[in-house]
Ligand binder design. Structure first.
Ligand SMILES: NC(=O)c1ccc[n+]([C@@H]2O[C@H](COP(=O)([O-])OP(=O)(O)OC[C@H]3O[C@@H](n4cnc5c(N)ncnc54)[C@H](OP(=O)(O)O)[C@@H]3O)[C@@H](O)[C@H]2O)c1
Length: 345
């Protein structure tokens, strides 16, 4: 069994911490480098409370990104959007492949970049990059930067993909996503007092995940489909819940929708398709897991599709490891299934 040497960039952040927690017990990846600018010289375990009582403890020390040295089979990058492009040349001297969860290489179209990713405009063209959704995409052996989708984008994509693929909907799809506070990262200025006992709009219509969702609609169907999207802030730490309202084409029945979802997801180990049975997708049962729960309701020519994920896992660290498993020919679920999924109550 091959064991691959890996590094983590941005290891002191929320996503970096989850990458470290999962990769440090993955049987085929061995973490040998973890970057932090502010914690260089500190034991990685000291900064992540998940390690307080953990027996498996790799005892690695953070180093600055500039100190990245030697060769790694791959690097997981959890840096803020805009940072990796500035460091790409340096990082690629030490690895042939990067699994990237930031927004940097999701688009090459300058109009999209200027509008949604202004920090990535000047540098995004440098890389041989590949946008990769584990359930939808094929491995591209030439790719040097494998880009994972945005967390709210991927949950929204799971909600509409079967409908788009089978050309079941038309006109306009309205999507809203509610997200927990860890989605904003460790350095978010919002305090617990700001967030708790509240529910509010985060961003309407102009969110950067809109073009990703729209691109899926255009990639998998020739039907013109307008996508509207808004994101809301929940007062929980982790979790994303997406509701997508679409209009079914004339003659499309509930059984067609059921078949489309079943066919799209039946062989996908991390998609739990609950059909139209109550209670459908929930946050509690995906918390701390790499699962996406997917369900729908059809009524009078309309479809409401629902998805729940854990933003730090299926929306970031978990899907990056899932992608790496697929890229290295390792069984897709390796290192991502634990004995305690779906904790209840
Ligand atoms: N949070 C989510 O739910 C989520 C979901 C999907 C994708 N993402 C993406 O994942 C990435 C990380 O998100 P996060 O939530 O983990 O953010 P975070 O908690 O803010 O962590 C980012 C880490 O990067 C380091 N960093 C910041 N600026 C740097 C620079 N100029 N050079 C080198 N390192 C720098 C930080 O500080 P130190 O180096 O000082 O430790 C920190 O440890 C982002 O691109 C985000 O968009 C996040």
């Amino acid at each position: 069994m091959s064991v691959y040497r890996v590094g983590i960039l941005g290891g002191n952040g929320f996503v970096g911490g989850e990458l470290y927690r999962l990769l440090s017990v993955h049987p085929q990846f061995r973490v040998e480098f973890v970057s932090s600018e502010s914690k260089a010289g500190t034991l990685v375990e000291k900064t992540h409370k998940a390690f307080l009582y953990r027996k498996v403890n790799p005892k690695l020390t953070y180093a600055k990104l500039s100190e990245l040295d030697g060769q790694y089979d791959c690097i997981f990058s959890a840096l803020p959007t805009g940072v990796l492009p500035q460091q790409l040349e340096h990082v690629l001297q030490h690895t042939k492949r990067i699994f990237n969860v930031s927004g940097d290489y999701r688009f090459t179209d300058n109009n999209v970049l200027e509008r949604y990713y202004p920090k990535s405009v000047a540098t995004t063209q440098q890389a041989n990059s590949h946008y990769f959704i584990p359930e939808l995409s094929e491995v591209n052996p030439q790719a040097t930067v494998v880009n994972l989708p945005g967390c709210m984008a991927v949950a929204s994509i799971y909600a509409i993909y079967p409908l788009v693929l089978h050309s079941l909907i038309e006109g306009h799809v309205f999507i809203d996503a509610k997200t927990g506070s860890s989605g904003a990262g460790k350095s978010s200025g919002e305090t617990h007092a700001d967030r708790v006992n509240n529910f509010r709009l985060h961003k309407g219509f102009e969110h950067r995940h809109v073009p990703e969702i729209a691109r899926i609609a255009h990639t998998y169907s020739s039907d013109a489909l307008d996508v509207s999207f808004a994101a809301f802030s929940l007062d929980i730490a982790r979790g994303i819940f997406v509701s997508a309202y679409s209009v079914l084409k004339q003659g499309v029945e509930e059984s067609d929708v059921k078949k489309a979802f079943f066919q799209a997801y039946r062989s996908k180990p991390f998609i739990r398709y609950s059909g139209h049975a109550a209670p459908g997708p929930m946050l509690k049962t995906v918390h701390g897991t790499n699962y996406a729960e997917v369900g729908f309701i059809v009524k009078e020519g309309k479809c409401l599709s629902l998805v729940s994920i854990d933003n730090l896992l299926k929306g970031a660290a978990g899907q990056a490891i899932q992608a790496a498993n697929l890229y290295y020919g390792i069984p897709e679920t390796t290192g991502l299934i634990t004995e305690q999924e779906g904790i209840w109550p």
